[in-house]
Design a protein around this ligand. Sequence first.
Ligand code: 7ML
Ligand code: ZN
Length: 883
Amino acid sequence: MRDANPKTTYLKDYRPPDYLIDAVDLHFSLDEEETHVQAWLTLRKNPDAPKGPAPLELAGEELLLESVRLDGRVLTPAEYQLSAEALVVSSVPADRAFIVETETRINPKANTALEGLYLSNGMLCTQCEAEGFRKITYFLDRPDVMARYTTTLSADKTRFPVLLANGNKVGEGVLDGNRHWVKWSDPYKKPSYLFALVAGRLECLADTFTTASGRTIDLRIYVEPHDLDKCDHAMQSLKNAMAWDEAVYGRQYDLDLYMIVAVGHFNMGAMENKGLNIFNTKYVLARPDTATDTDYQQIEGVIGHEYFHNWTGNRITCRDWFQLSLKEGLTVFRDQAFTADRTSRAVKRITDVNMLRTRQFPEDAGPLAHPVRPDSYIEINNFYTATVYEKGAEVVRMIHTLLGPAGFRKGIDLYFDRHDGQAVTTDDFVKAMEDANQVDLTQFRRWYSQAGTPELQVEAAYDPAARSLTLTVQQTCSPTPGQAEKKPYHMPLTLGLIASDGSALPVRLQGEADAASQKVLQLTEGKQQFRLVDLPEKPVVSILRDFSAPVKLNLQRSLEELAFLLSHDSDSFNRWEAGQQLASRIILRRVERIQSGAAPEPVDERLIGGFRAVVEQGGKDLSYRALLLTLPSESYLGELMAVIDVDAIHQARQQVRKTLAEMLREAWESLYQRYHHSEPGRFDAAAIGRRALKNVALGYLIELAQPVIDALCERQFREARMMTDQLAALSVMVNSRHPAKAEALSSFYRQWQAQPLVIDKWFALQATSRMPDTRAVVERLLDHPAFDLRNPNRVRALVGAFSQANALHFHAADGAGYRFLGDRIIVLDRINPQLAARLLSPLSHWHCYDENRRRLMKQQLERIIGTETISKDVYEVATKSLA
Ligand code: 7ML
Ligand code: ZN
């Protein structure tokens, strides 16, 4: 638990390590409650550290030290100091290599924080990123210390028949007392956060992949025996990812064996440990009847993400944790491109931008705002944020847009060449991009150091006599904690111009020879003008195409112009964006009328007509069409308001939905009829698109509140042979007064009680319901025998979903939702601080709400801080949220 004054770590204090570790030899005698760890560390003074003697300080937490040896000699207690965080050996050789040997004991079963070595459903596994290795043994637990590891595991043969660690298996044998041992060796130097071991009663799906250079790689996915029938999709995804990294980046896998283990208790999505990825079961297991289309796509994305880390993260790693985005921003950028290539480019971009706007933009606008490369932290686990990951990926994407695909590839090839085997900084990455392309990205680097979302004000003036258009672009960025003044950013603005008949007009900048159908403008000034020439008519401006920079764009447009772009923009992102803006304007105008007590206006014909055209026009990408027909989410609408009014937003959006349901009823019915035929087992983009569109239609139809539609929905629920369809129908029922709702919920539970990942969906569905009794239902579900505070997936499904995906009820005006979350966090913090701190984030957005809610939210934060035993994880988020 927390010290009186938790220590802050600063980037400016970075120093190279005093010692390096060349080799690590680990011996584990595994047991659920008493694991014995012996470590032999071969150390030497770092030639790049200041000369002279320095104590050797090895980090270690929650370890029971049994002995320390230096070059084989047992040290007396006078020769070292032991604290709750470290083992310090005062005197070690300065002029030669030496060996420090420690013996420690740990208790995996007592480890409910799920960091270090812990137990999940009887299997032992590890999570070391960022600083979990120090809970396994005393070590220089920092990413700029890279070593070669050998790991020997011994355990009871019956309870732990499978023993895994990083690298290649180099030996095995039997021992007395029904025990056995396996030895692993990893030939690549790695930082300690990439260490992993797994022991348990596991079965595996095995396959192979042949690399472009003809090497055969063994692929294995290890799961609990009853899950072996849900690994095929993950295996195919892994092979797709391996082929993609070869085709797009020229990068091959470097060991002979690639293992993935799925565990039921995991704080995050997955972990890229060298040669031995450990995954949350949610991102591995899939069968048509248990996993939705979204699950299938997310699994491929996460498998890709962890695989791509092998080059961006493992071969080249971070110098320190302030550089986290070096590997995470870049790897998210890579996994996004992989998914875009494998599915629908437009849908992927829209999904990612939605996520950025509803998670990262609020973070950047609130008390927890921090740069992509933070300057300080108390607990590094709190900095695995949307800013580091998603905004970090946008920053890499802007470099890609500025340099073009070939320039980007030259840059990253140089990065791999120059830094293979090293621990480096985001600056080293940008430098490689500059050097390979002879460009200057000095100003661009501000994206790494300045927090906050820039806002653009764009004005367009057409001069018919000169046949030219002047675009005036102004950029500003609001102050964030510790950063009052911001300097202008360098950013790409992708621009297209559209004629009144919908065709593309050539884009030519004054003074430049070439014209193109679109162009990347480079914005560098606070206020800048771009003159576009040779324009026979006044164009409609389509700017920030494909969301070329992570900014908020202000450009005055009429509803006509938005409707025009919704039917004519050739850029699929901006076409969708125009529809969203059109709908947002209409819904927000309704919100204002609700707030002032004015009578509602009819829904604007341009929205209805625009939607009708989308339904009728067709187009091959049905998933994209489903997105065009989805109104902006309540959380995005909230983002657009100075003070979020959750009730009015919900009411206004529902009214518009209902009108669209009525006005386009035949269209929805015919879409439903055309696409509702189940196609079990098909997960190609086309089949996924058909289901998405059909379920969007069903969602509108149910708003009509008619018995025939209720029956349609119930039939889809009963007859579904795929989880996508069953869950979509159940969700519609849970969110309505459907007469068969209660029976459907209990039959769903009975059907799936042996499948934890499906039961998570059952919890989440009820936690996100818009029906009035939701909070009471959620409170009751806390006492359900299947609810378990020790399982992060279950906690996220109930507590996380209620507080992050149910604004309507979480923000109830009496504060009951906030109190509910406060209660849970205080209890959860003693079990799993990392998870408790993550669940806190909704309370950090208090500044977005009215006076009453602000007070109630802050009250919970204060109550949490006042709790005596609070962890430093929760302490940091709660105190910074109030600052
Ligand atoms: C991002 C991860 C973590 C934290 C996984 C843990 C990871 C750190 C780990 C994209 C896709 C899947 C998972 C994650 C994610 C938060 C998010 N190194 O690989 O980044
Ligand atoms: Zn990652």
